[in-house]
Design a protein around this ligand. Structure first.
Ligand code: MN
Length: 131
């Protein structure tokens, strides 16, 4: 162990089952997890602490997850925080839309329990390598 603190994930997800599964996998994978179920909760959490990475459900109540992601990344000091869409979207053009929104990429739903946490680590490592 390096003694470094566990990286912090802000997990934005309105579906309780998806939320609980992702939280479990992330905690098991070595992350500290902050939960938000909608836009207001995500904004409040973001105001308290800047996470190391954000996982953003695209379909949220009352707000487009991509718009919310764009908003979070516009906060001062957040330029380098990777934001990853977690989405079942698989239509042509969705990947472009996600990247155009300034996101780092996406992870597909349903979550693959054997690779999910590693995928998040990979996004974080890529970001750290770019610094
Ligand atoms: Mn959703």
């Amino acid at each position: 162990m390096s003694g470094a603190p566990d990286p912090v994930v802000l997990l934005v997800e309105d579906n309780e089952l998806n939320l609980e599964l992702a939280e479990y996998l992330l905690a098991d994978g070595g992350f500290r997890v902050i939960l938000a179920r909608d836009g207001p909760q995500a904004r409040a959490a973001a105001g308290r602490e800047r996470p190391d990475i954000v996982l953003m459900d695209v379909n949220l109540p009352g707000v487009d997850g991509l718009e919310l992601a764009r908003e979070l990344r516009s906060r001062p000091g957040w330029e380098s925080v990777p934001v990853v869409a977690v989405t079942a979207l698989a239509m042509r053009g969705d990947r472009e839309r996600i990247l155009e929104a300034g996101l780092s990429g996406y992870i597909s739903k349903p979550l693959d329990v054997s690779t999910f946490a590693d995928s998040v680590w990979a996004f974080l490592d890529r970001q750290r390598g770019n610094r």
